[in-house]
Design a protein around this ligand. Structure first.
Ligand SMILES: [Mg+2]
Length: 211
């Protein structure tokens, strides 16, 4: 295989995003109880999760809306307490153990490394910086939808043929299927067997694959 550029997803590929988000929301719910909301942490947590399901993870009113469902001694203080606890949990954000080492090795071998992610650009860079991984990527391509057209534009932007690009990610519908339609080679991370050329359970497997 003749790979020149590697595109890497962030969430649940470079770090366990789902695990982190659930820990952060749990911590927020407990802080909101301490701040005077009249409900059990489990009830608040489930209200927050419903908000995330309804409005997506990038919406900023999750705690505010969840708060409206319960009696509060001080609503503003309770929302702020939830936000602080959520953000404090971010201080413990860590990449998957082999991520930094693998990216450093790939960079040393001369591969062009990029991020291909869905979400908000500043929020995605915030994660890369917190995780200590930002220095490995020349550029982060952040889109609202990982479509075939998005992947076609990525290959063009980095001056490679699609067949010289490898997309690594955990989602079939976002990281594998549309990338393959654009002509990329693909590696599914911690996912079920699929149409992806490679199935990996750790990022360090990329080193062996690319040999
Ligand atoms: Mg992902």
């Amino acid at each position: 295989m003749n790979i020149r550029a590697i595109f890497c997803d962030i969430d649940d590929t470079l770090f366990p995003t789902s695990e982190f988000a659930s820990r952060a929301r749990k911590n927020a719910a407990m802080a909101m109880v301490r701040a005077g909301i009249c409900a059990k942490p489990t009830a608040i947590l489930s209200a927050i999760e419903k908000e995330v399901e309804m409005h997506g993870s990038n919406y900023s009113g999750h705690f505010d809306h969840a708060c409206q469902k319960f009696r509060c001694i001080n609503r503003e203080k309770t929302i702020a307490a939830g936000i602080v606890a959520y953000h404090n949990t971010k201080l413990g954000m860590k990449p998957y153990p082999d991520a930094a080492k693998t990216l450093a090795q790939l960079q040393k071998r001369g591969y062009l490394l990029y991020v291909a992610s869905e979400g908000r650009p500043i929020k995605q860079w915030d994660k890369l910086i917190r995780l200590g991984l930002s220095q490995y990527f020349s550029k982060a391509f952040v889109t609202t939808e990982k479509s075939k057209a998005f992947y076609v534009s990525l290959a063009k932007a980095v001056g490679c043929k699609p067949c010289e690009c490898l997309m690594v990610g955990n989602r079939l519908d976002k990281d594998i299927t549309p990338a393959k339609l654009a002509g990329f080679q693909t590696a599914i991370f911690k996912g079920r067997k699929s149409e992806a050329e490679f199935s990996i359970n750790s990022l360090s497997r990329l080193i062996a694959i690319l040999k």
